[in-house]
Design a protein around this ligand. Structure first.
Ligand code: DOR
Ligand code: ZN
Length: 356
């Protein structure tokens, strides 16, 4: 069965380039996005130079315009040193604001609730409908919900990974707060028990959790608490991951949609729900539409084993290596043009457009 997905959008990826071009480039990872079935990706601000100033944003905008192969958006990052006076001048050029409230790669952590509040207040003052995306774990989820309650800014909770967090967010939705919830394929398919075999390849933030936590994420997909499956694609070289100080993060752009195809095959979700999780819901949350003629053809009957040698992402490794998935991306079209033909990426560097 061929499933047609109109404009798959991954709203949570960490592209690399510029100061981290040794890990990957905008060209290599947007090619990986196309091979993974995506029309567009939204890039997080923590990769150096961090996207927390107008000039850093301009550098990223220019290089993306020149080299990206898929369509894209860029988040602005909230800084602990207070960069909220920049918001009015950057708002039209970004897909949203990212606030890191728990430990992560880079130095964008904001642990002080008063500083978080200053960012919420300033973002609300712009009157934008563009969301704030938050990295929030454990108690921090409740801290951010308090700000959503006060400022009513639409907030996307990234990569939620525990039962307690899911329960808080489910209740917040019942309360009517303007929020959405994302989960990642690694928290849906892996647990801390896999660290024995994965070693440092299983290290990311948030960390892998228990089987009970994992089960709560699938329940939350079934009951509608979860809106988005996002890859949190964060490529690091294999040598870095295998060093004695491995960085956090895993690649995911080419395995997320096939892993959801596996979920359809196993009867965990319907094909319609897959389309909502990777296309319709992220489009709605971020207020973005793909160009006419933008479609991903996913062959749900095709099964294969994930192999690192087949990947387009520059670091060419995957925590899912060896897993049999269902769902091969046969074709991706953007605006009617074939940009991935099931084997090869056909888009050229620089052809990707700003999606928002
Ligand atoms: O594991 C992670 N890696 N979590 C993050 O929040 C950042 C990311 C990265 O950029 O490497
Ligand atoms: Zn992330």
């Amino acid at each position: 069965m061929i499933l047609e997905i109109t404009g798959a959008l991954d709203p949570h990826v960490h592209l690399r380039d510029l100061d981290w071009a040794h890990k990957a480039t905008f060209a290599s990872e947007t090619a990986a996005a196309l091979a993974g079935g995506y029309w567009a990706i939204f890039d997080m601000p923590n990769t150096p130079p961090a996207t927390i100033t107008r000039s850093a944003l301009d550098i990223k905008l220019r290089r993306m315009q020149e080299t990206a192969l898929c369509d894209w958006g860029i988040y602005f990052g909230a800084s602990q040193h207070g960069n909220e006076r920049e918001y009015p001048a950057i708002i039209d050029d970004v897909c949203g604001l990212k606030i890191y409230n728990n430990a992560t790669t880079g130095d964008l952590l904001i642990a002080d609730q008063q500083v978080r509040e200053a960012h919420y207040r300033a973002w609300a003052a712009t009157n934008t409908r563009k969301p704030i995306a938050v990295h929030a774990e454990e108690q921090t989820v409740a801290d951010i919900l308090a700000l959503v309650r006060q400022y009513r800014v639409f907030t996307h909770f990234c990569h939620i990974s525990t039962r307690e967090e899911i329960d808080l967010l489910r209740a917040a939705k019942v309360e009517g707060l303007p929020i959405s919830v994302g989960v990642t394929p690694h928290h849906l398919y892996l647990t801390q028990d896999d660290l024995g075999t994965l070693g440092s390849l299983g290290l990311m933030k948030p960390e892998l959790k228990t089987a009970a936590d994992r089960a709560s994420l699938w329940e939350a997909i079934a009951d509608g608490t979860v809106d988005v499956v996002e890859s949190d694609h964060a490529p690091h070289t294999l040598a870095e991951k295998q060093s004695n100080k491995p960085p956090f993060g895993v690649p995911g752009l080419e395995t997320t949609i096939p892993l959801l195809g596996l979920a359809v095959h196993e009867g965990r979700i319907t094909a319609e729900r897959l389309v909502e999780l990777v296309a319709l819901n992220p489009q709605r949350i971020f207020g973005v539409q793909p160009p006419a003629g933008t479609i991903t053809r996913l062959d749900l009957s095709a099964s294969y084993v994930i192999e690192r040698s087949k990947l387009h992402t520059a670091p060419r490794w995957s925590p899912f290596e060896g897993i049999r998935v269902f769902g091969r991306v046969r074709e991706v079209r953007i605006g009617g043009n074939v940009v991935f033909d099931g084997e090869n990426v056909r888009a050229v560097s620089g052809s990707g457009r700003r999606a928002i």
